[in-house]
Design a protein. Sequence first.
Length: 247
Amino acid sequence: MFIFMKCRWMILFISFFLSINLYAKIEVIIIDPGHGGKDPGAVDKKLGLQEKDINLEIAIYLKSFIETKMPFIKVVMTRKDDTFLSLEERTKIANSYISSKAIFVSIHTNSSVDKKNYTEGIEVFYYDNSLEKIEESRMNEIKNSDTKNFSNTLQDPISIMINEKLKVDSKALGENIAESLSIKSKEPIRRVAANSFFVVSYPMVPSVLVEVGFIMNKKITEQQYKKKLAKGIFQGILSFLKKESKF
Ligand SMILES: [Zn+2]
């Protein structure tokens, strides 16, 4: 009996140590609450909601989940209040952690003109450089923006390799988040797809943009529901970190 107890404690100790080690491989989680300040994002006048506020509330819950459960990971918020931040500024924050092991999660709330058919579901987007169309729009975006310094690093072989790794990791992160967000919110997954959104295209760390649900969904007004959404994202990050030993 004593030996059994001792073994059990030993196993518990080893698994605790291993899990600490595994999570310790990731050093920084950057949370990006979409929109803010003069940019409200999606608006639902009937419910009196602005996307920027919902995104920030979910981001704050997510930050507290990470800090409680993984205190050894540094949490960075691109904005902590109702401040306007350009997409370039958000990306620059992400890219200031290239030398750390970091991931970037942008939080958004969806909207649709077709209010009847699109009130439920989760969408997660990640960067995929293998899609010609996306690569083309990414290059166009570079040409038309003040981010020319990003373009210089895209062509060389090392950048191509880094891009490939970013794509694989971003996709895996997105799939894990969509899955656990769907379980927590009981909302269907509409899609986990490659996209050329600025905040998933330019960070040089694994990046995803999460549309947690639709703004016209009344549940989004409940604090408990927003907490659930944050928990879903948190558990998705956690299962990604547990599965991935690449970091
Ligand atoms: Zn948005």
